[in-house]
Design a protein around this ligand. Structure first.
Ligand SMILES: C[S@@+](CC[C@H](N)C(=O)[O-])C[C@H]1O[C@@H](n2cnc3c(N)ncnc32)[C@H](O)[C@@H]1O
Length: 276
């Protein structure tokens, strides 16, 4: 008898298997970008032939550079806020809450589709002040379940591209309207990322469709009232990209002469509410 967990996911929900696996591969590198031992343990718990994903460790920085960057930004937010709320949307099987291990003042919500949350419950232990919400991101009433009495870190990594622009903007507006202050930390594909989706193994194999292209922070600033830009980076110029391996560094050098490709994956960080 095996205690491995079986999975039955399709479409966007399935994409988190690839991000999890790439983090697990990175954890075995001599010099990892993220070093996520929880991802390694998680893939061992799942009954799945990971080779079916058709990716190798060379691809890992595509995911780990982003995740490591958002870990830095999330830690910065938590370092300057007392009691606060973290809403981690499209969490998949990412172990951020365990990597960051926030203190007792932080209420942490991991949010994803019901099938993903059910899987999470079988893979990871519960912990104090930690909540799981099983819901499509686009049914905005889920936000009403989260007390809005404290500053919020709304962190949405790897999900915006699966939303339509209309749904994505409505979601960001609702967050800013509901909470007194906080940050939006969210990544986007630009038009190159969206138009090249049929060439992206992760997207093609899951049968997902990417919708929302964001080319620059102004695209968000002009449509979500009340926010201000704190920082933006791309896959290739994020501080964490320095940790990438040789092949990644070679691609990084090559794309410096191709700005739309260099900016295909963008990481944005905004604040809203009173300036403190
Ligand atoms: C590429 S994975 C990223 C997972 C995780 N953030 C990471 O970086 O490893 C995308 C995640 O977004 C979730 N997702 C996509 N569209 C969603 C929606 N409309 N509502 C809720 N979750 C969604 C998927 O289920 C999946 O877990």
């Amino acid at each position: 008898m095996t205690d491995k967990v079986s999975i039955d996911l399709t479409g966007p929900a399935q994409t988190m298997l690839t991000t999890l696996y790439l983090k697990a591969l990175d954890a075995d590198f001599e010099q990892p970008v993220l070093g996520d031992r929880f991802a390694k343990e998680a893939i061992d718990r799942i009954d799945y032939d990971w080779r079916e994903l058709g990716v190798s460790g060379t691809w890992a920085p595509l995911v780990t550079v982003r995740t490591a960057q958002y870990d830095i930004w999330a830690r910065q937010f938590l370092a300057v806020h007392g009691p606060c709320t973290v809403v981690h949307l499209g969490c998949g099987l990412d172990s951020r809450v365990f990597r960051i291990d926030p203190g007792p003042d932080v209420q942490w919500y991991d949010v994803d589709f019901p099938g993903v949350i059910a899987l999470r419950e079988q893979i990871y232990p519960s912990r104090p002040n930690y909540h799981l919400l099983a819901t499509p991101a686009t049914e905005l009433s889920w936000l009403d379940q989260i007390p809005a009495d404290k500053p919020v870190l709304f962190l949405a990594e790897g999900i915006s591209m699966y939303l339509t622009e209309e749904d994505g903007i409505a979601l960001l507006r609702r967050v800013v309207e509901r909470f007194p202050s906080g940050e939006l930390q969210i990544d986007f594909y630009n038009w190159v990322g969206i138009r090249s989706q049929r060439m992206q193994t992760l997207v093609r194999r899951t049968g997902s469709t990417l919708h929302w292209a964001v080319n620059r922070p102004d695209d968000i600033l002009s449509r979500v009232p009340g926010i201000r830009l704190l920082a933006s980076a791309t896959l290739f110029d994020a501080s964490t990209a320095e940790r990438g391996s040789g092949p990644f560094r070679a691609v990084r050098r090559a794309v410096t002469v191709l700005p739309p490709v260099r900016k295909a994956l963008q990481y944005h960080r905004y604040a809203f509410g009173p300036v403190t």
